[in-house]
Design a protein. Structure first.
Length: 328
């Protein structure tokens, strides 16, 4: 299907991808159309090995060599100068291309069998939470694509770390499971964290769009550990008084504290407090779990913005459209 210009959804260790031949502009146009994705939001090319990376990148910079040697295959994407063979449709008109080697047997078998780099954004409708199970792909893509490969739940659950390796210092364009600390160990000093400003053209084009949003509006609840229970009670009571029907996304510990505050089906548990891997792996399913429920507003617990917590908070803030309430 990939070779003949079709779309195939497939598992990776981060999230499920919606794949097409990355060197075929027409095939990639179908990705944009199927997702409803803005055409200036570039795609990442997935490769099976170094040889294939060189089919897409004009140059693997020394910086990228170090990143790939340390973390590929794995949840990291390097931005490199593109070869002419890569259609500008795929890169949103940029002279650079994002390349990643997924650490998932199904993904790599698919790429090898296709014999071409596979362009693949997350396999959700644009703006929705990324799918981390085949069922979540089906929910968004039923009737739109001919094939979903089911590889079970994704191990990491948040999209790859994107590192721009074209400049003087490496720059993280999107945080992920390969953390800033891990990158600094192999690269030394990195460019300071990106701050997005409304009036500037974004460096990571996709970052300007609404992302990961559940159907019911989400608000983040930020409170110190000892006061989380009280903060959720206040938020839930206020919403209920306004005639809304709240759902909550919380750690196991917070769920125990606020038991019976909302019906059990309106609580999604992401794992133990402080277990960032579990939070990352379960976040999108937790958001999606409310799609077919009666909750009309959602509240989610924040995590500390360090290590993998940077990636988790990046996704949570986007899913919440920036709505965050602080309780001290
Ligand atoms: P996804 O939507 O999960 O497939 O992620 C793709 C994201 O990678 C895009 O939204 C961009 O932010 C980023 N990206 C891909 N290619 C490039 C590139 N050449 N330069 C900068 N960012 C890129
Ligand atoms: Mg996506």
């Amino acid at each position: 299907m990939i070779r003949s210009g079709g779309l195939v959804a497939f598992p990776t260790e981060t999230v499920y991808g919606l794949g097409a031949n990355g060197l075929d502009a027409e095939a990639c146009a179908k990705i944009y159309e199927t997702k409803g994705r803005p055409s200036d939001n570039p795609l990442i090319l997935h490769v099976a090995d170094y040889a294939m990376a060189k089919q897409a990148a004009a140059e693997i910079t020394p910086m990228a060599e170090r990143v790939l040697a340390a973390f590929a295959p794995g949840p990291v994407t390097v931005i490199l100068p593109k070869r002419d063979e890569v259609p500008s449709k795929v890169t949103g008109g940029l002279a650079t291309v994002g390349i990643r080697m997924p650490d998932n047997d199904v993904a790599r078998a698919l790429i090898r069998a296709a014999g071409t780099p596979i362009a693949a954004p997350s396999a959700n409708r644009s703006g929705r939470p990324s799918p981390t199970t085949a069922a979540a792909v089906f929910a968004d893509m039923d009737g739109k694509i001919p094939l979903i490969l089911d590889g079970g739940p994704c191990r990491f659950g948040v999209e790859s770390t994107i590192v721009d390796c074209t400049g003087e210092r490496a720059e993280i364009l999107r945080p992920g499971a390969v953390t800033r600390e891990m990158l600094a160990e192999v690269l030394g000093e990195l460019a300071p964290p990106l701050v997005f400003r409304e009036d500037e053209a974004p460096r990571a084009p996709g970052m300007k769009y609404v992302h990961y949003a559940p159907l019911a509006p989400l608000t983040l609840i930020d409170a110190p550990r000892g006061k989380i229970g009280a903060a959720f009670r206040a938020a839930v009571r206020e919403a209920t008084a306004e005639g809304k029907c709240p759902g909550v996304i919380v750690s196991k510990e917070t769920a125990e504290e606020i038991e019976s505050l909302v019906p059990p089906e309106h609580i999604a548990v992401t794992g133990s407090a402080g277990d960032l891997s579990a939070m990352a792996a379960n976040l999108y399913e937790a958001l999606r779990s409310f799609d077919d429920k009666a909750a009309t507003v959602l509240f989610a617990e924040t995590v500390e913005e360090a290590g993998l917590g940077v990636a988790v908070m990046n996704r949570l803030k986007k899913a919440a459209g920036g709505r965050i309430r602080f309780y001290n």
